[in-house]
Ligand binder design. Structure first.
Ligand code: ADP
Ligand code: MG
Length: 362
């Protein structure tokens, strides 16, 4: 007979708690990058530069021209649950920023060997540089002061994380090659670049030490979504896309717009970009419905290209279901998914009939 003597319950060390929590948010460089991009967008940036070494595992840097961080706020920057965005629990029902939990930078500082920030607001004459480890300011070198130091710099923020998961070896081992991590990070950046291209935000992404950029979109308010699609996905797919004109459904309280491939386009894999209130999310219910819709239309084994942007009253969306916020829940989910699919079907049918019409005319 095996006996199980009761063991005493003890509180975990705060450092252990924080490191476990960080692991739930930052699984791989691409998650860290998504959080950092969202921070730059929250700060009103119009240009976001990303540089990665070894897929972001060795070195992950993001530079933006956003609001910057007030020097007095630097000591709290990487503390868990410290944020400039959320104030009261009630605010959660109407968040218009991506962030609110104050956990991303804390998490990155817990899983990286070193994190640094150089930041300048318009009001301050100088930039400040600070280093962080495990949620708090840290000295740049042993024996030096942890105080943020004034330095030269332009308006905005440069954030650098080095040696991601140096203290979580099992996580590091589980990750695939640096090339795979780079591609995943680039994919996140390219999706945001597409959605934000027409909103005046440009993105650049490259490997450290390389002059060639793997992603480069302009920061101009004149950019049309179609321009960015052509730039990032090529003309052959762009030609075959049907525009989902912005459509508001008042009873269900949402607006949808986007581009979806027509009957003449078919690929080996589905491309599915879905933004809800401008946040890149996995909306698996919507993806499944679209796959069903296209399976009836495309040859066997063929898959569509879909970009959807939904705007739903923030009061009806719950983004607080998972720390990574990749998943969101909203009211009337089934009805909204069904309605979006109906709109898509109508747009596809309309596009088909114009095509046939043009064909018979010529
Ligand atoms: P959250 O975004 O949930 O507030 P984060 O840990 O991502 O939490 O960021 C903490 C705080 O740091 C933010 O609330 C914001 O004030 C500041 N911050 C982070 N990144 C930037 C940035 N790129 N530009 C300006 N401020 C930033
Ligand atoms: Mg954030």
């Amino acid at each position: 007979v095996v006996t199980h003597p009761a063991r005493p319950i003890l509180r975990l060390d705060e450092a252990v708690v924080n490191r476990i929590a960080a692991g739930e948010i930052i699984h791989r460089p691409a998650n860290a990058l998504k959080e950092l991009i969202e921070n730059s967008l929250d700060a009103g940036a119009t240009l976001i530069h990303i540089t990665l070494k070894e897929g972001g595992l060795k070195w992950l840097q993001i530079r933006d021209n956003g609001s910057g961080i007030r020097p007095g706020d630097l000591p709290l920057l990487c503390e868990r649950f410290a944020t400039s965005k959320l104030r009261d629990f009630d605010d959660l029902s109407a968040m218009t920023t991506f962030g609110f939990r104050g956990e991303a930078l804390a998490s990155i500082s817990f899983v990286s060997a070193s994190m640094s920030v150089v930041t300048k607001t318009k009001q301050d004459p100088l930039a400040y540089k600070a280093f962080y480890t495990s949620g708090a300011l840290a000295p740049p070198k042993p024996g030096q002061s942890s105080e943020p130091k004034p330095c030269a710099g332009s308006d905005g923020t440069i954030l650098t994380a080095e040696d991601l998961f140096y203290n979580v070896p099992q996580r590091r081992r589980a990750l695939k090659s640096a090339a795979e991590e780079y591609n995943r990070a680039l994919d996140i950046a390219a999706k945001y670049a597409l959605h934000y291209g027409s909103r005046g935000v440009g993105f650049v992404c490259k490997k450290s030490g390389s002059n060639a950029t793997d992603l480069s979109t302009p920061s101009s308010s004149a950019t049309q979504t179609m321009d960015t699609i052509r730039l990032l996905h090529g003309t052959s797919v762009a030609r075959e896309l049907v525009h989902l004109e912005p459509k508001r459904n008042a009873p269900l309280g949402f607006t949808v717009a986007g581009y979806i491939s027509g009957a003449n386009w078919s690929a080996k894999r589905t491309t599915f970009l879905c933004f809800i209130n401008h946040r890149l999310v996995d909306c698996s219910a919507l993806k499944r419905s679209f796959e069903t819709l296209y399976s009836a239309m495309l040859p066997k084994g063929g898959h569509p290209w879909i970009y959807l942007s939904l705007e739903i009253d923030p009061a009806k969306v719950d983004v607080n279901v998972h720390p990574t916020k990749r998943e969101v829940h909203f009211l009337n989910e089934d009805e909204i998914v069904e309605t979006v699919c109906t709109y898509a079907q109508d747009a596809l049918a309309g596009a088909n009939s114009t095509r046939t019409f043009q064909f018979t005319q010529s």
